[in-house]
Design a protein around this ligand. Structure first.
Ligand code: ZN
Length: 100
């Protein structure tokens, strides 16, 4: 089991949050993910959407009912995702179970 690996120095302290119903906080998490990519060397991986593009359209509507972004830790390769269910109004930032 890879969860028994020793804690990664780089990503071990990321602020995991689960099923949070505050989409204002979600917007802050988007900024957080951007910073992880720009300043901490995290790699943006096979996401349908880019965190660097707006998540609302010109009319102020969410671009989709579900929006997810995925990043990978440059040290240990562990993946994380930021997922928002904008329709029901909650989001999660957590480790991905996928190794690759
Ligand atoms: Zn890591």
């Amino acid at each position: 089991m890879f969860w028994k690996m020793k804690k990664c120095e780089k990503c071990g302290r990321l602020g995991i949050i689960k099923q949070c119903g505050d989409l204002k906080l979600y917007m802050l998490y988007r900024e957080y993910v951007k910073e992880l990519i720009e300043k901490d060397g995290f790699v943006s991986v096979e996401s349908e959407y880019s965190v660097f593009e707006p998540c609302r359209d010109a009319n102020g509507c969410w671009i989709d009912d579900c929006i997810s972004y995925r990043i990978q830790c440059p040290e240990c390769g562990r993946k994380y995702y930021l997922f928002a269910d904008t329709y029901h109004g909650w989001f999660t930032f957590d480790k991905s179970n996928e190794r690759l």
